[in-house]
Design a protein around this ligand. Sequence first.
Ligand code: MLZ
Length: 265
Amino acid sequence: TQGSFDWDNYLVESGSIAAPQSCFKQSFTPPLNEFKLNMKIEAVDPRNLTSICVASVVGMIGPRLRLRLDGSDNKNDFWRLVDSSDLHLIGYCELFGGLLQPPLGFRMNPSSWPAFLQKTLNGAEVAPAECFKKEPPTPKCNEFKVGMKLEAVDRKNPQLICPATVGAVNGDQIHVTFDGWRGAFDYWCRYDSRDLFPCDWCLKSGHQLQPPGQKGNPQLKSSKGKEVPLSISLPTSNTSGNSGSKASPSLGGGAGKSLHSNSTS
Ligand code: MLZ
């Protein structure tokens, strides 16, 4: 499922090195995903980090879960690894004296929250404890160096993991630059972000790895010939008006596209 991308060749052709495993807050062996669709868990609300909400598993790829907070809309889905510390068993909040909160953007009247909560949990399939895997340790310091290669979540298309290069390092932050996309998807993040993976993590975990883009990718000029100029508009059969990700048609939705759709495809 990783696709045809071959890091070994790519690293040789580009004369670059892969960031070593010790750079990453990821386990050497990707965790096993034992969740099932529609199971319910408790999760930190990504838009309101102090509250814990009920969430449902609405999709998964390898060890990653696509989550939707119960009572939220389908425009704010988010992805977490099965070994994320943001995820808990149903009952966790109460055990520590907390109260389950309505998600930011709760669809209904706040006064209906207690009844909604009861209804959403009634008869639900609750994820059992063995689904939740221990979070890997945090590397002591930022060991990334400029030019190192890695795999990283495309935060504008968070279902995708793509080949990337460390473009800059600043204290605990690194600049993640996506190979072949001329900066359109790049971002800064902490070195211990769970969105960063060592080369071949996708291969090991059964996740797809997107091939590098074709835009301004010096590595590809030699092998694939001409680079496509950015100014021409490519013919498209897409009539739906969105940016038409061909990357993973079976995934539907395209979490995160609503806020950040762009025309770089
Ligand atoms: N705009 C493209 C997705 C590009 C993904 C790039 N990842 C670094 C599309 O919507 O098809």
